[in-house]
Write a protein that binds this ligand. Structure first.
Ligand code: HEC
Ligand code: HEC
Length: 261
């Protein structure tokens, strides 16, 4: 058994590297993407990409206005554009608890790349700007009771309760007064749900404090939080619901961009 793993593992790693490189070179075609958009996205995100589609009034939160190039779920630092893989990932996971559902089985990888190329044409930012290099997510230490306890102190130290509340249910003293960059009221997420909106693993939670969520009051703590504190904080959040997957052994995490084509 041990030998089998020893021979299969390097082959797998090589395959993953090849797949990763292939992905980096792939680009979508905006002309084909427009066709996908008109079938699957326009009813919410609108003809002009302004978030004013037919159904836009019926959903909370409202569909994203793509014209500013402001995206929340990225592997890039606060304020940066997202990568194509970041945008594709949203189409794969969907956004939990919102009307933006997963298109993993509806669209294939090429269609997802094409529609990503098309939505980028709504914002002039993508012509003049490039996504900044990805934030660094150091290896996750094991999830332990001690780490959770330290994480509760980190939650206090950075005053997350101001918005998310003492019990992290999204009901802190500032919760009722927040708006997003588009002028819509926005609520701090209830972290006891057992799911965040985009992805559920440790690295996805980690990147939220480091990258912040562009266009929302959820700030980046990149300049003040240490990697050890950030991982303790991830574990504290995960302790709030049995639903969050937990890394009990400290095994290497899958990179955020590593999803099946
Ligand atoms: C039923 C309505 C609906 C449909 C259909 C829909 N979306 Fe969305 N989408 C939303 C909503 C609502 C949000 C905002 C969620 C939030 O910010 O919490 C959103 C957000 C997004 C975001 C922003 C993610 C980020 O990181 O900020 C992208 C990208 C996106 N949608 C792409 C698409 C594409 C491409 C399609 C079609 C293939 C599509 N959506 C179809 C409702 C929809
Ligand atoms: C100024 C208010 C504010 C502060 C302070 C704040 N948050 Fe948030 N946070 C928000 C808002 C608003 C959202 C919801 C954004 C959305 O749904 O678009 C959010 C969302 C989140 C999410 C969910 C992300 C997702 O993908 O769904 C996590 C995790 C989170 N915050 C953790 C924290 C932690 C930990 C701290 C302290 C280090 C913190 N926040 C401090 C306002 C805040």
């Amino acid at each position: 058994m041990a030998t089998r793993i020893a021979t299969v593992l390097p082959a797998l790693v090589t395959l993953m590297l090849v797949a990763g490189n292939a992905r980096a070179q792939e680009v979508g075609d905006a002309t084909r993407g427009k066709v996908v958009y008109e079938q699957y996205c326009v009813l919410c995100h609108g003809e002009k990409g302004d978030g004013q589609g037919h159904f836009s009034q019926d959903t909370t939160p409202v569909p994203r206005d793509f014209r500013q190039g402001t995206y929340k779920w990225r592997t890039t630092p606060s304020g940066s554009l997202p990568t194509d893989a970041d945008l594709e990932r949203v189409l794969i996971t969907g956004l939990y608890g919102t009307s933006m559902s997963s298109l993993r089985t509806t669209l294939n990888h090429q269609q997802r790349l094409d529609v990503v190329a098309y939505i980028k044409t709504f914002s002039p930012r993508f012509k003049t700007d490039k996504p900044e290099p990805a934030i660094v997510i150091p290896p996750e230490p094991a999830y332990t009771a001690e780490s959770v306890k330290r994480g509760a102190d980190v939650y206090d130290k950075f005053n997350c309760a101001q918005c998310h509340g003492d019990g992290a249910e999204g009901d802190g003293p500032s919760a009722d007064d927040l708006t997003d960059d588009w002028g819509n009221p926005i609520v701090p997420y209830d972290l006891t749900e057992g799911h965040i909106k985009c992805g559920d693993g440790g690295p996805e939670i980690y990147r939220v404090f480091i990258g912040g969520l562009n266009g929302t009051p959820m700030p980046s703590f990149a300049d003040s939080i240490s990697p050890a504190e950030a991982w303790d904080l991830v574990h504290y959040i995960q302790s709030l619901s049995p639903t969050y997957p937990k890394n009990l052994t400290g095994a290497p995490n899958k990179p955020i961009d590593d999803f099946p084509p």
